[in-house]
Design a protein around this ligand. Structure first.
Ligand code: SAH
Ligand code: SF4
Ligand code: F3S
Length: 461
């Protein structure tokens, strides 16, 4: 398919929609529900961009929707169950509104057995497409509207540029720099559903970043499953640190964030770059998953506890005051309580500001799914509670250290006279204020804290 075909189908769907609008006296409405990580959020913004070109407007109420689209995540079983639950609940809505189109896309559909299940057990789902088929949405939708059900699941690992984007926020932007993952951590489904690593060209990223800044973006988050691999497939002409420096050099008042970094590729060069680039936020999300060298090996993470701790020490020295966060898996197959205590040890030593904790979830088709997993879920839940208690105390202590400081805060949301913003270090701050502050950087004096947020007072600007 070339770009021309895609524009053709966009116009064809738009024509169908315009006819429908004339008949119904209103534009067709699309409802999009996104599960999973920021990569999916970004994909949904591109889906919305395409739908907008095809004449759709948007609704938050699925009952009013002419098109309901679910962009799914496969990373843990729980996420998948929620999707099946929500889509099951659509049957009643579709019975009352048979013209409604139901679409499912994203990581779940990339698994054969899941796509089969949608085909067989959910006959009212009209369109199922995988992560690689997104650019073909106009054609797929046209076929659904004129012929019937469409299943589009394969596709090459390519990077498609030029897809329109309808962003959820005017001042906070997601900017994918690479897609896919080559790491094959043994528990993880992502490499199977997202394909191999491929970087966007530096030109495409820079063009988008400059445009975002010109359009008023105050925060740009660079996305990739493993951003530190950026450029490895571009012939060694550029690496992630160099990309950060280029974006940092764009004129304007904005923050640069990035996620996710893999410890095996986190380099001194990255830490030096973070220290030297004034627009790069002082926050590093560096998942360690487990503190046990035996488990790390079984996970295929390719670093040791000691290596991880030495990276943390280095970044703390080079970027004073840096905020650190991480992901942890509890109860990997074969993990013992002694292994788990090594994880607790890392948590205690590093003193993360926040931790994202997950009980191991078996993913069919991954190597870990075949490993012996003798520890009961009940036992794992107890370990998790122990971990959370340790982390909550650390989080509360870390947050309390910020009381008395004045922080520069980007105002993100307002509700009932309370503004919710984030510091450079990505910590949530709440203070009194109104809509006029949205999208602005303001100074806030921190007066109080709890374990998950700071509270403060707006200072004269
Ligand atoms: N690419 C990112 C993370 C992607 S998935 C990285 O490598 O850091 C986000 C998190 O989900 C992972 O860091 C891991 O902690 C968790 N996760 C992934 N697969 C999981 C599984 N099978 N069970 C439980 N947690 C899992
Ligand atoms: Fe999954 Fe590991 Fe790739 Fe992250 S680096 S997406 S955890 S395989
Ligand atoms: Fe989930 Fe896919 Fe992201 S599996 S975590 S939505 S890459």
């Amino acid at each position: 398919m070339n770009e021309h075909d895609s524009i053709d189908y966009t116009l064809k769907v738009k024509e169908l929609n315009d006819n429908r609008s004339a008949k119904n006296g209103r534009k067709p409405l699309a409802f999009i529900h996104t599960y999973g990580c920021q990569q999916n959020v970004s994909d949904s913004e591109h889906i919305a961009g395409l739908l907008s070109q095809m004449g759709f407007e948007f609704t938050d109420d699925v009952k009013k929707a002419d098109l309901a689209l679910y962009n799914t995540c496969a990373v843990r079983e729980h996420a998948e169950q929620r999707v099946f639950g929500n889509i099951g609940a659509l049957k009643g809505i579709k019975d009352r509104n048979p013209d409604m189109i139901i679409a499912v896309c994203g990581c779940m559909t990339q698994q054969k057995q899941v796509a089969e299940k949608f085909k067989r057990s959910y006959p009212y789902v009209d369109l199922v497409f995988g992560t690689h088929a997104l650019p073909k949405l106009p054609e797929m939708l046209y076929n659904v509207m004129t012929k019937g059900r469409v299943f589009e699941l394969g596709g090459e690992d390519v990077v498609t540029e030029g897809i329109p984007v309808r962003r959820d926020s005017k001042f906070k932007a997601w900017l994918p720099v690479m897609y896919g993952c080559n790491n094959f951590c043994t528990y993880c489904i992502v490499p199977y559903v997202r394909g191999r690593e491929r970087s966007r060209t530096t030109e495409a990223i820079m063009d988008e970043a400059k445009k975002l800044v010109a359009d008023g973006a105050r925060e740009i988050t660079l996305l990739g499953q493993n951003v530190n691999s950026y450029g490895k497939d571009l012939g060694g002409t550029i690496n992630f640190s160099q990309l950060l420096r280029k974006i940092n050099a764009i004129e304007g008042d904005f923050l640069i964030r990035f996620m996710t970094s893999h410890p095996k590729d986190a380099t001194s060069e990255l830490f030096d770059t973070m220290a030297e680039c004034e627009k790069v936020a002082k926050h590093l999300h560096l998942p360690f998953q487990s503190g046990s060298n035996r488990i790390l090996k079984l996970m295929n993470r390719r670093y040791t506890k000691e290596k991880y701790l030495s990276l943390i020490q280095e970044v703390k020295e080079k970027v004073p005051g840096i905020s650190l966060t991480s992901d942890v898996i509890v109860g990997f197959p074969g993990e013992t309580y002694e292994d788990f205590c090594e994880t607790l040890d890392v948590v205690r030593q590093v003193e993360f500001d926040n931790l994202f904790t997950f009980i191991y979830s078996k993913r069919e088709g991954t190597p870990a799914a075949k490993m012996e997993d003798p520890v009961t879920h009940e036992e794992k839940t107890k370990w998790m509670a122990e971990l959370l208690a340790v982390q909550e105390e650390i989080s509360a202590r870390n947050m309390a250290k910020r009381v008395g400081r004045t922080e520069r805060v980007l105002c993100e949301n307002v509700k009932d006279g309370t503004v919710f913003g984030r510091t450079n270090e990505n910590l949530v701050v709440r203070f009194d204020g109104d809509e006029s502050l949205l999208g602005k950087f303001v100074n806030v004096k921190i007066t109080r804290s709890d374990r998950s947020a700071l509270f403060g007072e707006l200072q004269n600007i």
